[in-house]
Design a protein around this ligand. Structure first.
Ligand code: ADP
Ligand code: ASP
Ligand code: MG
Length: 463
């Protein structure tokens, strides 16, 4: 059995969905499970609508609902012929979007976005895409059923970053999916979501559909997990920045985990661990070029494979500064800032504190920027009015550039060469974080410099 996961761009249009159906049909294994993300842009739109509703901008969620309804129904019309099945799926899509509108309405009324409410809305994109894909399989003559992962993956109640309970998940997943597989029915499962033992919807963290595929692969004792995305595998750099970046044909679990941890979007960081524990091979493949070999991740990669460092970039980050006012600044404020952001579901990518300037630098995703400033202003309302905090200032758009890899043939740590190369380029580095292992280092740099810095470093490091 193979668990196939398709990301947002792989299901982003009617044409892409047709490719997905063809890829699954050509899969070498008789038994398959499909895990699917929301169509690209959908999850961001849903979360944006919920936040705007809670912040008192009620117009947005109605507009978002219209846009999502149009996008999904137009796509459904292109992939499923007119008839009862299409009508039924269209009605389900409308019903899930009704849920979204109702939830946003109550957020607008209460003026509050709870973590539970966040997950209820954020999970809707996968509920829509999975229904469409299952209908497409049926239209092509493949018996298929949509299954919500809320019926399979049992998690704790840490909304936005929920952790699965492996034993309960294994039992529920097998009980629900094995009978379908035995009857030759292809399950199409929602990525990204789970539910508490009481049945409350949770999400596994942004980009979490990769993790869903791993969880289900382990629960079902699958032979392999295949993650289909829009690039040829894990490469030495993001190909959007370095078009001739090299594919890493084979990686160990540890190497893959390290790359994912530093934010290579291509693989969610939590994906590797369960697969490594169960010894399941993981492949990263290109749904746009399915004939390519991709990256194979196993416990024992071939010893003669190329071992190269990779440049991992995370763009669309914002630097926010909480500026203290002399003696008024205490370390406890840093911890309050971090916990206010965590409670509000705004992930902090990196932070640093300047003791001399008494300020805290926080790096958040740009999509969370307005929301984060809002959360910090609410947390420090009193300090701001008493001027013990001078300002909560949005600084600039930044990016993280990490160099991850083993020492080179001469045994020189890669970091030493990276610092030398960056010095040569004269890049302004805002903040540095170095791993204790000396095998990786991350730099926060102005976002606009990334397009020159990454190709330059890629050349300087001999990649
Ligand atoms: P999906 O929607 O399939 O989950 P993502 O957008 O999450 O896809 O991840 C795929 C993207 O990851 C690619 O389009 C690519 O731009 C980016 N990426 C960043 N770093 C790397 C890397 N080292 N190798 C491959 N892709 C990378
Ligand atoms: N749709 C979710 C997100 O955008 C999960 C995923 O794409 O993996 O974060
Ligand atoms: Mg992804």
């Amino acid at each position: 059995m193979i668990v196939h996961k398709f990301g947002g761009t792989s299901v982003g249009s009617a044409e892409r969905l047709q490719h997905v159906a063809a890829i699954v049909a050509a899969s070498p294994d008789r038994q398959r499970v499909v895990v699917v993300s929301a169509m690209s842009g959908t999850t961001n739109a849903l979360i944006g609508a919920a936040r705007d509703a809670a912040a008192g901008l009620p117009g947005t969620f109605r507009e978002t609902r219209q846009q999502l309804a149009h996008k999904h129904l137009a796509c459904l019309d292109q992939i499923v012929p007119p008839g009862d099945d299409r009508d039924a799926v269209a009605a389900e899509i409308a019903s899930r979007l009704d849920d979204m509108e109702r939830l946003c309405f109550s957020m607008a009324t209460l003026g509050e976005l709870t973590r539970r409410g966040h997950d209820a809305v954020a999970s809707i994109g996968e509920e829509l895409s999975s229904r469409m894909l299952a209908a497409l399989f049926r239209a092509r003559g493949v018996p298929s059923q949509q299954v919500s992962a809320t019926e399979l993956i049992v998690t704790d109640d840490r909304h936005g970053e929920a952790r699965p309970d492996a034993i309960a998940t294994r039992a529920k997943t097998r009980q629900r999916l094995l009978p379908l597989l035995e009857q030759g029915i292809l399950p199409v499962v929602t990525g990204y979501v789970g539910a508490t033992p009481a049945g409350v919807t949770t999400t596994l963290g942004r980009g979490g559909s990769d993790y869903t595929a791993a969880i289900l692969g382990v629960a079902l004792d699958a032979a392999e997990v295949w993650i289909w995305t829009d690039v040829d595998g894990i490469l030495t750099a993001d190909p959007k920045l370095v078009p001739d970046a090299r594919r890493l044909p084979e990686l160990s679990y540890r190497e893959a985990e390290e790359l994912a941890y530093f934010g290579a979007d291509v693989l969610h960081p939590k994906t590797v661990k369960p697969l490594a524990e169960a010894g399941l091979p993981l492949r990263i493949l290109n749904s746009f070029r399915p004939e390519q070999a991709g990256t194979l991740i196993t416990g024992a990669p071939s010893p003669d494979r190329p071992i190269l460092p990779a440049l991992i970039t995370t763009e669309e980050l914002s630097l926010i500064q909480v500026v203290g006012n002399g003696a008024g600044w205490t370390l406890a404020m840093a911890s309050r800032a971090l916990s206010a952001l965590a409670v509000g579901n705004a992930e902090v990518f990196m932070f640093s504190q300047s003791f001399s300037e008494r300020s805290l630098n926080l790096v958040v995703r740009s999509r969370d920027h307005g929301h984060s400033v809002h959360l910090l202003q609410a947390e420090f309302q009193r300090e701001l009015s008493q001027a013990s905090i001078a300002a909560i200032a949005a600084q600039e758009e930044v990016a993280a550039l990490s160099i991850v890899g083993m020492p080179d043939a001469q045994g020189t740590p890669i970091i030493q060469r990276a610092f030398a190369a960056l010095g040569k380029l004269g890049l302004r580095v805002i903040s540095v974080a170095q791993a204790a292992s000396a095998y990786s280092v991350s730099f926060i740099v102005p976002e606009r410099d990334i397009v020159t810095a990454v190709p330059f470093l890629h050349r300087e490091l001999g990649l």
